[in-house]
Write a protein that binds this ligand. Structure first.
Ligand SMILES: Cc1cc2nc3c(=O)[nH]c(=O)nc-3n(C[C@H](O)[C@H](O)[C@H](O)COP(=O)(O)O)c2cc1C
Length: 190
């Protein structure tokens, strides 16, 4: 299989965050199972100021804003790992969704929502899917909800139930790959 460039966006910028462990899990899983060196775009490292204007209208965008734009553009597909806060996704993520535009266009995106509670961020999922759809991304029809994250993933991204996590991750990633391949075929034939 041709190698793919997968970018994982880790959306929590909170000290003591737990959803980042799921981003680490996907990075390890892609390497272990598919020999893909996925990189993580950690929004905590980017530390962007609150959104004022879209990149295409900024007169002097920062090097970091341009760098993340480039990383998204260069990727074949994305995995977004988002915590659930009060039934939604965090401001850090909305901040970067609104910042970019062309970067998202027809970009295959798989969403993993993460919560402390028992529902795996299910309430954050629909709004995130909708807003990515609205901006023209290709949100894939597979989910990877993670409930009770503190019990289920350690700080190295290792799942407590490795077999179960790998089985669900395989279905999730295969769906992402399907849409990446479908897009490549379409582009090759047009
Ligand atoms: C502001 C805030 C709101 C939260 N709201 C919810 C919630 O609605 N449902 C839930 O299950 N967990 C909620 N949590 C717990 C997070 O889901 C939990 O911290 C989880 O680890 C993912 O976020 P993190 O990556 O920032 O740690 C909330 C946490 C914060 C900081």
């Amino acid at each position: 299989m041709e190698s793919k460039h997968i970018l994982i966006i880790s959306a929590s910028v909170r000290k003591g965050r737990r959803s980042h462990n799921v981003a680490l899990f996907f990075q390890n899983f892609l390497q272990e199972k598919y020999q893909i060196k996925a990189s993580i775009a950690d929004l905590k490292d980017y530390h962007f100021p609150i959104f004022e204007e879209r990149l295409r209208f900024l007169e002097n965008p920062s090097a970091q804003v341009l760098e993340l734009s480039d990383r998204i553009k260069q990727s074949d597909g994305l995995i977004i790992v988002s915590p659930e806060y009060n039934g939604g996704y965090p401001a850090s993520l909305k901040n970067v969704i609104d910042l970019y535009y062309d970067e998202w266009k027809r970009k295959p995106i798989a969403i993993s929502t993460v919560s402390d509670g028992g529902f795996g961020g299910a309430q954050a999922l629909t709004s995130l899917q909708f807003q990515l759809w609205k901006i023209g991304a290709l949100t894939i029809p597979a989910m990877f909800p993670v409930p009770n994250v503190g019990n289920n993933y350690n700080d190295q991204g290792e799942p407590t139930d490795k077999e179960g996590a790998h089985k669900r991750a395989t279905n999730f990633i295969n769906e992402l790959f399907y849409w990446i391949e479908a897009k490549k075929l379409k582009e090759a034939n047009s």
